[in-house]
Design a protein around this ligand. Structure first.
Ligand code: PLP
Length: 451
């Protein structure tokens, strides 16, 4: 009875009365009414009208193990019974967080040794900003304060993470701070002009060098970027980009910080996206796939060099979050990492399901009149819409073509996301061929109906 009540109740009116939704015009949303999701199993979601959707976005790039995992639920229940809360303040710790870290650092390259946990990706990046500045104070270079991010990069919605990100409409809503700077995104399709992707990748990376010289290397703390840009349109940099960025950071003693919030934990077929692109960051911001979204948790991973300075020379570290390393979140994260590892899920994305999705997308959309470019690796991909494929002319900013495609997708029972003239997909890493075939078929229907 309870279930039936939940599914038939009108949630939309109460939702409109009480909520400000993320990144939407509230009036427009209320006119249409949000879809009310009530249940999930595997890759599928059901709304309160009983309609079924294939979730091609893993929620918000996070439910990497899919919905309804009993092992994750059981881990949470066990921890709630045994010790629902304790913390890492004032000389205490607890087994759940210690066991999580043991597992995490087994997966990570030997370069990293310490983590600070948070509740979200935004918080991970807040912690990053202060930790990086503290590191430079400790090693005797307190002038190094400026954080360089990228235009159109996304690092979260809190104040520091918004300033670090390059979303101008977010900056305009009171989200900019001193000591933050930005360089261009490596988006060849849009900005590459006559350059080859390789030339363009190097050109974009050299902007970092120019910016460091303009600001003075003695003032620059870090360059922070997503290995591939997610919310800003799923931008995959040309291969020449990351090696050059790494060279520049080393040459000018600027920390290289990777935001792995969506790229981490198997999305590209490697455990972390920086491994796919072949560079070695000094810090990793993590969240989302850490717990497969079952419970909020994020963190900042530090290289041995940074951790050693903070531990050996740093004295009191003036920072703490009540819920950092929360036992229930840590238990779920540990169960999630165990499942990813023991079930060989990341390897399957690399060797089997990832190549399958990428090959099928190119076969289905390579000659499609609306699709100018297809990017992606592993289980993450973007279709770039183009008004003219030959000249790489995009639809203008006012066009809602990608949004329309995503809305038609909803009608067809598939959830894909639209962002800046692209539709993007990032299904759960447990997707098999049957689910990927359905994702491809329904996305094709949606794109065809949009054309
Ligand atoms: N960093 C990246 C790359 C993200 O994509 C996001 C969210 O989408 C965040 C940070 C912020 O994470 P959260 O929404 O958990 O605060």
């Amino acid at each position: 009875r309870f279930k039936a009540q939940r599914e038939t109740r009108d949630y939309q009116a109460s939702d409109a009365a009480h909520h400000i939704h993320a990144f939407l015009d509230q009036k427009a949303l209320n006119a249409e009414g949000p879809r009310v999701m009530v249940r999930g199993e595997g890759l599928y979601l059901w709304d309160n009208d009983g309609k079924r959707y294939l979730d091609g976005m893993s929620g918000l790039w996070c439910t990497n193990l899919g919905y309804g995992r009993q092992d994750l639920n059981a881990a949470a229940a066990r921890q709630l019974e045994q010790l629902p809360y304790y913390n890492m303040f004032f000389h205490t710790t607890h087994p759940a967080v210690v066991e999580l870290s043991e597992q995490l650092f087994e997966l990570l390259p030997d370069h990293y040794s310490h983590a600070l946990y948070t509740n979200s990706g935004s918080e991970a990046n807040e912690v990053l900003i202060r930790t990086v500045r503290r590191y430079w104070q400790v090693v005797g270079k307190p002038g190094k304060r400026i954080m360089i991010g990228r235009w159109n990069g996304y690092h979260g919605s809190t104040l520091g993470s918004t300033a670090l990100g390059g979303m101008q409409f977010m900056h305009e809503m009171g989200g900019m701070l001193p000591d933050f700077a930005h360089i261009d995104e490596p988006y060849w399709f849009a900005h590459g002009g006559e350059l080859t992707p390789a030339e363009f990748g190097r050109r974009c990376a050299l902007q970092l060098e120019e910016k460091i010289l303009e600001l003075g290397a003695e003032n620059v703390a870090a360059f922070v970027a997503e290995p591939f840009q997610g919310a800003g349109g799923m931008i995959f940099p040309p291969e020449s980009y990351w090696p050059e960025i790494q060279r520049i950071c080393r040459q000018y003693d600027v920390l290289l910080c990777a935001d792995e919030v969506i790229g981490g934990f198997g999305r590209t077929g490697e455990w972390f996206a920086h491994q796919h692109f072949g560079f070695q960051p000094d810090t990793l911001s993590i969240a989302k796939g850490l717990t497969s979204g079952y419970i909020p948790m994020g963190g900042l991973v530090l290289s041995k060099r940074i951790a050693e300075a903070l531990v050996e020379q740093g004295g009191v570290f003036a920072h703490g979050l009540t819920y950092a390393g929360h036992p229930v979140a840590a238990a779920v994260a540990a169960a999630n990492l165990r499942a990813l590892r023991d079930e060989g899920i990341v390897e399957r994305v690399k060797d089997e399901t990832g190549p399958y999705l990428q090959r099928c997308l190119r076969e289905l959309f390579g000659d499609h009149p609306l699709v100018g470019d297809i990017q992606g690796t592993g289980l993450v991909a973007a279709l770039q819409f183009a008004e003219d494929k030959a000249t790489r002319k995009r639809f203008d900013n006012e066009s809602d073509i990608a949004w329309r495609c995503r809305t038609i997708g909803f009608e067809e029972g598939v959830i894909i996301r639209s962002t800046l003239g692209r539709v993007i997909m990032a299904p759960a890493l447990v997707a098999g061929r049957t689910e990927l075939d359905e994702l491809l078929e329904k996305t094709k229907l949606a794109v065809d109906r949009t054309a």
